[in-house]
Design a protein around this ligand. Structure first.
Ligand SMILES: NC(=O)C1=CN([C@@H]2O[C@H](COP(=O)(O)OP(=O)(O)OC[C@H]3O[C@@H](n4cnc5c(N)ncnc54)[C@H](O)[C@@H]3O)[C@@H](O)[C@H]2O)C=CC1
Ligand SMILES: O=C(O)CCC(=O)C(=O)O
Length: 458
């Protein structure tokens, strides 16, 4: 069970005095909001702590690779962890405070790279785990980056656009001298988007001169890349095709359940629908919808655009959102939070394939249960690597001050995803392991080689 050490004193009198200070100063204690001190995943008490789960997978890969224990330790410890206070005036004039994080995990293969997440559950341990996953992910697809991740514990839907802009600018002011086009390059993740990247670009440029390459996933008008918005979903679909092809199957004719209908989930749904896949269930934070004959995805996208919700869609039946994970289907694609598959529900999963479009949706206990059932899992550090791959293309275009067309972006993405799939399979054969360990051994071995080559001389 996950441990969640209190950040603040738990003594009621001390807490009361602290609250009084906040209230007297008209500061809303957002950092004391119950959601801001939550464990990594609130849906289930059965999910393993994200960092413990990631470290466990890393150590397993290190053992398979017979990695030198000193190299193993050095790869586990993050390069740098940043935690900053972000206080902003709200639209009504009151102050509110948030905690922002940037964890830079490793830079032995190049500048650190990874998204920025705005979500109430963002906390230090999870950001650490996500940063480490970025290190292995960039190595798996062989883009010349290390790994990082950041985030702010906040509920973006409860903030106005101008509050979000202020928050993003304050966060950027606090970290601008620790990121850079050759140091650490943020991108969107859950709860952030191209607009968030545009604010970071603008704020960073005030200190360092106009720097489009400081972020990726930015709007096209500011040097974004064609194809980046769809890239994570497109990469997931290329990865799914590679896996299914190996099993003599194709998307056309199979049934799919998709958890999450944001950037990644909606693109996955659209592209699978276009390829003839039958999507029988979709969920998001507002609810879930199912239809055994296949959901009309263009109609669902239109409905979501109009109403902001899935639950009132009349092209299917409402279902319990948690039930989606154990719904009858051939392929389950989690595209939302981490840790959603755990020892409590893994035994009930009906899918034969799980494609991890979200980061760490399957905890190690679920992994074991699912493997015993014969479920094939395509791991996150490969399956969702299309996003960072096209982020790399975007950065390259910015450095060259040149723009590729979308066809080239998608063709190159397919090449990277296909090549990585074959490299993972080679590692699976060499180490007689599953796809997760195939991907981990591939990523960890590449990072370890660069680390050793660069040496440790001070
Ligand atoms: N955006 C990107 O380029 C990349 C994202 N990812 C990962 O993909 C996942 C999704 O990211 P985005 O689509 O960018 O985020 P997003 O913020 O655009 O969408 C998140 C979706 O998850 C849904 N959701 C939240 N809680 C839920 C719940 N309890 N049950 C069902 N649905 C729920 C939301 O309603 C929303 O539809 C995350 O794990 C992220 O780390 C991974 C690689 C790249
Ligand atoms: O595009 C990027 O740089 C990072 C995307 C990301 O955060 C992820 O792959 O989890």
């Amino acid at each position: 069970m996950r441990e969640n050490p209190p950040i603040f004193p738990t003594s009621p009198s001390l807490l009361h005095s602290l609250l009084k200070i906040f209230i007297n100063n008209r500061i809303t204690p957002n950092i004391l909001h119950p959601n801001n001190n939550l464990p990594f995943h609130t849906q289930s008490p059965f999910t393993m702590n994200a960092l413990a789960a990631t470290n466990r997978n890393f150590r397993h890969a290190a053992r398979l690779l017979s990695l030198d224990s000193k190299v193993e330790t050095s790869l586990l410890i993050p390069y740098r962890e940043i935690k900053v206070e972000c206080t902003i005036p709200k639209d009504d004039g009151t102050l509110t405070s948030f905690v922002g994080f940037r964890v830079q995990h490793d830079n032995s293969r190049g500048p650190m790279k990874g998204g920025i997440r705005y979500h109430p559950e963002v906390e230090h341990g999870e950001v650490n785990a996500l940063a480490q996953l970025m290190t292995w992910k960039t190595a798996v697809v062989n883009v010349p980056y290390g790994g990082a991740k950041g985030g702010i514990g906040c509920s973006p839907k409860e903030l106005s656009t101008s509050e979000l802009e202020r928050l993003t600018r304050v966060f950027t002011q606090k970290i601008h001298d620790l990121i850079g086009v050759n140091t650490d390059i943020p991108a969107p993740d859950m709860g952030t988007n191209g607009q968030t990247m545009a604010w970071i670009l603008d704020e960073y440029s005030k200190f360092h001169g106009y720097s489009p390459a400081i972020v990726t996933g930015k709007p096209l008008d500011l040097g974004g890349s064609l194809g980046r918005e769809a890239a994570t979903g497109r990469g997931v679909v290329y990865a799914t095709e590679a896996l299914l092809g190996e099993h003599g199957k194709s998307i056309n004719g199979l049934t799919f359940a998709i958890q999450g209908f944001g950037n990644v989930g909606s693109w996955v749904a659209r592209l699978i629908h276009e390829r003839g896949g039958k999507i029988v269930a979709v969920s998001d934070v507002t609810g879930a919808v199912k239809n055994p004959n296949g959901i009309d995805i263009p109609a669902l996208l239109e409905h979501k655009e109009k109403t902001g919700s899935l639950s009132s869609f009349d092209g299917g039946d409402i279902m319990d959102a948690d039930e989606l994970l154990v719904h009858e289907c051939d392929v389950l694609i989690p595209c939302a939070l981490g840790g959603v598959l755990n020892r409590e529900n893994a035994g009930d999963v009906k899918a034969k394939f799980i494609i991890e479009a979200a980061n760490h949706p399957t905890d190690p206990e679920a992994d074991e249960i699912l493997s015993k059932k014969g479920v094939i899992i395509l791991p996150d550090i490969y399956a969702n690597a299309g996003g960072v791959t096209v982020s790399y293309f975007e950065w390259v275009q910015n450095m060259q001050a040149f723009m590729w067309n979308e066809e080239k972006v998608n063709q190159e993405l397919k090449k990277y995803m296909t090549k990585a799939f074959h490299s993972i399979k080679t590692m699976c054969r060499t180490h007689e392991c599953n796809l997760r360990m195939g991907a981990f051994t591939l990523g960890v071995s590449r990072v370890a080689r660069s680390t050793v080559l660069r040496g440790w001389e001070a």
